[in-house]
Ligand binder design. Structure first.
Ligand SMILES: NC(=O)c1ccc[n+]([C@@H]2O[C@H](COP(=O)([O-])OP(=O)(O)OC[C@H]3O[C@@H](n4cnc5c(N)ncnc54)[C@H](OP(=O)(O)O)[C@@H]3O)[C@@H](O)[C@H]2O)c1
Length: 322
């Protein structure tokens, strides 16, 4: 027997139950992973509260790291004992052992520890595709990145800064502002007290920014559109404050704007696609990016961890230890 977080209903953190389950045998093309660390991501909240639908009862979670303990038939790329990580795929990371499709596993370089990998894989691959594929940034640009002191945010600040891009980051406290700055954010705006679109106008001398990376959603959507320069792009990649409002296409005409709603899932569907965004991430890690593991919990305390994340009390990455 082993343990997993199981949901029977959607709802608040209390719907997550730590239960004993049987260890299953891997099917064709699958491996069984003995997990050591699991990454906490905001998508886990959407799975738990029903914003993203699961087939209940189900576990949740999209990022784990561990060692392969058994392989199914026809698995060629992975062997027992390999250290692996994964992002996305079937939900179910909140478990001591889990099955996962072998072809979508990432073999971990020896110099990246399990905890570091669980803190940076999903969030770092997200930043990789956002700034290199969705809106490829250019040296000298100023960009707006919301929730700059969050898990995705702190990696984005460091990476963009390395590329010579000036980051304007929104945060909800002085402590978060300091942290974002220490990670390469050039200008911070406390969006609880300041109208961030007006501040962006000031910082850019009235020009606006060519891109807004918005993982906050409902509360920032209108201001993000206002902050864009003509022909700019709103990259609406998340909804930590709730889903953004419906958009009238005509509202984009005045500045001829672009809006996109990208997801990591299509960027990780094949080994080739994963490599395209993981190679630059591993290069960044080798160059010495700071992995801010600012909260650690035992997996059975997932409910507490979700409350802390949803109450905006976390900074950087949160990992579960098993
Ligand atoms: N589309 C994709 O491919 C993809 C992949 C990964 C992540 N994401 C999205 O990226 C965003 C960041 O993910 P993350 O895991 O790194 O989370 P996170 O940024 O560490 O945590 C969410 C942050 O959102 C901010 N926030 C603003 N309003 C909020 C509200 N009403 N309730 C809760 N938080 C609020 C908070 O920062 P402040 O206190 O500073 O405001 C909070 O710390 C999420 O929206 C997530 O869904 C998308």
């Amino acid at each position: 027997m082993t343990h997993s977080i199981i949901l029977y209903d959607y709802g608040g953190p209390e719907v997550m139950k730590w239960e004993k389950i049987k260890i299953k045998k891997p099917n064709r093309g699958e491996v069984l992973i003995k997990q050591n660390n699991v990454g906490l991501n905001y998508i886990d909240v959407y799975q738990r509260n029903g914003n993203y639908q699961l087939s209940l009862p189900s576990s949740i979670g999209m990022e784990g790291v561990g060692v392969v303990s058994e392989i199914g038939e026809e698995v060629k790329n992975i062997k027992v004992g390999d250290r692996v990580g994964y992002v996305m795929g079937p939900p179910g990371a909140y478990a001591e052992f889990r099955l996962y499709p072998a072809e979508r596993l990432i073999k971990l370089p020896n110099d990246i520890s399990d905890s570091k990998a669980a803190a940076i894989l999903l969030k770092g691959l997200t930043v990789s595709y956002l700034i290199k594929k969705t809106f490829p940034v250019k040296r000298g640009q100023k960009v707006l990145f919301h929730a700059a002191a969050g898990g995705v945010g702190l990696i984005a600040c460091q990476w963009l800064n390395k590329l010579g891009v000036e980051v304007i980051g929104t945060v909800s406290s002085e402590e978060k502002a300091e942290l974002a700055k220490a990670n390469g954010c050039s200008h911070t705006i406390n969006y609880l007290y300041e109208d961030f679109a007006s501040r962006v106008e000031e910082i850019t001398n009235g020009k606006g920014v060519p891109v807004v990376y918005d993982g906050v959603g409902k509360d920032t959507f209108d201001g993000s559109i206002k902050s864009l320069s003509p022909f700019g792009m709103l990259v609406s990649f998340g909804a930590s404050s709730g889903p953004p409002p419906n958009l009238s296409l005509a509202s984009l005409a005045k500045k001829s704007l672009y809006v996109t709603r990208p997801s990591l899932a299509p960027h990780t569907e094949t080994e080739k696609l994963i490599k395209e965004i993981s190679d630059p991430l591993f290069d960044l890690i080798n160059e010495g990016v700071s992995v801010n593991i600012n909260q650690k919990y035992s997996l059975k305390d997932a409910a507490h961890a979700h409350s802390v994340l949803q109450n905006r009390k976390t900074t950087g990455s949160t990992i579960f230890e098993i």
